[in-house]
Design a protein around this ligand. Structure first.
Ligand SMILES: CC(C)(COP(=O)(O)OP(=O)(O)OC[C@H]1O[C@@H](n2cnc3c(N)ncnc32)[C@H](O)[C@@H]1OP(=O)(O)O)[C@@H](O)C(=O)NCCC(=O)NCCS
Length: 228
């Protein structure tokens, strides 16, 4: 087993964009921000991206605005339009994952390989409809056995685990999530098998305490050191 050093930063994003935030983003990020129809989405994107740049700048010992991102080919279709994001400058082996929901965000970095995080603010979902779309039969059977007041939480746990695994796999969420078996009946760290392209096929998935009101998960190929 290789030793992987990973670290996580749960963040609360500001509700308004500061001048400093704006100055950190590059032209293509500003262009993307301008394409959001709703002000709230634009604000969330800018504050989230600025926060991500600050964390990465600190890790890479560089000015946050100097960091250049690109995308690796999607492991399913080779497109670089929606493949996993990576850092092209400065030269580094560091990989990262980012997730945002409402005003909460989670940044994770890994020195030695892929990483995936997913975070969701706790809200009431139409669990039955969503479970049909993204849970396996076994996962649904588990949820069906739970008392009603535990089903939302169990669903969220499964959902963020799937998000973390698919992001670590480089595909994002646009896949058949019923095929990502995340064992929601087991708390804590679970082993999930899911392979795409040349990426690792076995993931260690941990539930992450990212503060009250959110559910979050982290996926790593193997790890011996995680710094929260
Ligand atoms: C990946 C994705 C599912 C995440 O959406 P989400 O869970 O609603 O939102 P989150 O905030 O948790 O995650 C967004 C972050 O995931 C990361 N991300 C985007 N694509 C990713 C990918 N392929 N792999 C890993 N991470 C990815 C980015 O850092 C993104 O942050 P940004 O939007 O500020 O750039 C979404 O971006 C998506 O659907 N992308 C398209 C994937 C696609 O079309 N695949 C087709 C396969 S052929």
């Amino acid at each position: 087993m290789s030793t992987i050093e990973a670290a996580l930063w749960p963040l609360v994003l500001p509700r308004t964009v500061s001048r400093d935030d704006r100055l950190l983003l590059n032209r293509s990020e500003h262009e993307r921000a301008a394409r959001y129809r709703f002000e709230a989405d634009r604000t969330a994107f800018i504050t989230g991206r600025a926060a991500l740049r600050r964390v990465l700048g600190n890790q890479l010992n560089t000015q946050p605005w100097r960091i250049e991102f690109s995308r690796s080919p999607c492991p399913a279709c080779a497109s670089v339009e929606h493949g996993p994001p990576n850092i092209t400058s400065p030269d580094t082996r560091l990989s990262f994952s980012f997730s945002r929901s409402g005003d909460r965000a989670l940044v994770a970095v890994n020195q030695r390989g892929p990483i995936g995080v997913d975070l969701e603010i706790d809200r009431t979902n139409d669990v039955d409809a969503m479970a049909r779309q993204c849970l396996s039969l076994k996962e649904r059977a588990y949820l069906d056995r739970l008392p009603p007041n535990h089903r939302q939480e169990a669903f969220r746990r499964a959902w963020v685990r799937k998000g973390a695994v698919t992001k670590a796999s480089g595909i994002g969420g646009s896949v058949d999530l019923t095929r990502v078996h995340v064992i929601p009946q087991e708390p804590g760290r679970v082993t999930v098998r899911y392979r795409l392209g040349r990426r690792p096929g076995t993931w260690e998935v941990s539930d992450v305490d990212a503060g009250p009101g959110v559910t979050a998960a982290l996926a790593l190929p193997n790890f011996s050191i995680v710094r929260f």
